[in-house]
Ligand binder design. Structure first.
Ligand SMILES: [Mg+2]
Length: 363
């Protein structure tokens, strides 16, 4: 089997918030690049990438250029294909657009591999479990009022979510008391038995994280996420050592090597990996194994329809972020039953683009 060609499309995907219908801003779009990698025996692997922002045209071009370099290669030899792309393009990396583009190709290669072997990706990667916990994300945002956040949280519970994530580091100039009131409001709305996480998105200094974090220990957060600048490994380690609440982080790191520094510095209790910044399925799984060796759980960032395969494959996979950014791109995505995502039986990613949606979103 050989790769014969590819096709990329730039999409503008609406920034809806379908879980609790609480959008922070109406009418905004998220630019996304999708790729279809084709083979001489009629298989098609799909991949996608984003975070290009105003440089999404350049990101799309980077995917095109890398995909062109794969023509003639055997898609079953993912490491060989990736090594050849690194040999040619890695001086434009290792982070940034190179990694973002590489991730789309790597994901498409794994999709092809699964389709060729007629096995779902989660089984190819290890197949540890056939269902995994998931948490609602993106609905309980910092831009909401306390009342809106409480209402949205109750909506998520009514929909059957047993895990959900909210945010602190509120907009404006919140006092610590404002921050604490918000997270308590959400906890009171959902009750003591819901697993509740809280994301700071790098907006605090380490001492703020220790101050506010220590004053919300009794809220029983499952984790506090990205409490400060993502590559301040020493600052993160101070927060992690100071708080009983587990600290999660890693979604902003590119490739596999920064995770070594983060983990060796004891910066986090829970390792979060973004597949797009990591560079695809291949590096994501290597980071998961690195975390396992340090007795740390691994969690995913966005795209539950793809990441469910990876978290389910790993013995240290903890939960899947149910962030619905891309769900509208597909005909069908994995179902949620009793708070768990159910792994698909279809080969590869088990996803098929909804061509009507793709046409409607094409930029
Ligand atoms: Mg986050």
């Amino acid at each position: 089997m050989k790769i014969t060609g590819s096709e990329t499309t730039i999409l503008k995907v609406p920034e809806d918030e379908p879980l609790a219908n609480m959008p922070e801003a109406e009418g905004r779009f998220r630019p996304v690049v999708i790729v279809r990698l084709r083979t001489d025996n009629g298989l098609e692997g799909i991949g996608l990438t984003f975070y290009g922002g105003a440089m999404t045209g350049s990101l799309c071009k980077a995917v095109d250029e890398l995909a062109e370099l794969t023509v003639g290669a055997d898609p079953m030899r993912v490491e060989a294909v990736i090594e050849s792309l690194r040999a040619t393009g890695d001086s434009a990396g290792p982070g940034g657009i190179f990694s973002l583009a590489l991730s789309a190709i790597d994901t498409a290669l794994w999709d092809i591999k699964g389709k060729a072997l007629e096995q779902p990706l989660w089984k190819l990667l290890g197949g540890h479990r056939d269902r995994v916990p998931t948490y609602a994300s993106g609905a309980l945002r910092r831009g909401l009022t306390d009342d809106q956040a409480a209402q949205a949280a109750r909506t998520l519970v009514e929909k059957g979510f047993t895990q959900m994530k909210t945010q602190m580091a509120l907009p404006g100039n919140p006092t610590p008391a404002d921050e604490i009131r918000r997270v308590r409001t959400v906890r009171e709305a959902v009750g003591p038995d819901i697993t509740l996480m809280c994301d700071i998105n790098q907006r605090w200094r380490p001492e703020q994280a220790i101050d506010i974090g220590s004053r919300v220990e009794d809220v029983g957060l499952f984790w506090l996420e990205d409490v400060t600048t993502a590559d301040d490994y020493q600052g993160l380690a101070r927060v992690t050592a100071a708080l009983n609440t587990p600290i999660a982080g890693g979604e902003y790191l590119y490739g596999i090597r920064p995770f070594r520094q983060m983990i060796e510095a004891r910066s986090v209790d829970i390792v979060m990996v973004d597949i797009v910044r990591a560079g695809g399925v291949t590096p994501w799984m290597k980071i998961a194994a690195m975390a396992e060796a340090f007795n740390l759980p691994i969690v995913s960032h966005v795209m539950p329809e793809i990441l469910v395969h990876l978290v389910a494959a790993c013995p240290n996979g903890l939960t899947v972020e149910y962030m619905p950014w891309m769900l509208a791109l597909y005909e069908e995505t994995p179902a949620i039953e009793n708070g768990d995502l159910v792994l698909p039986d279809k080969p590869g990613l088990g996803l098929k683009f909804d061509e009507k949606a793709i046409t409607a979103f094409t930029a």
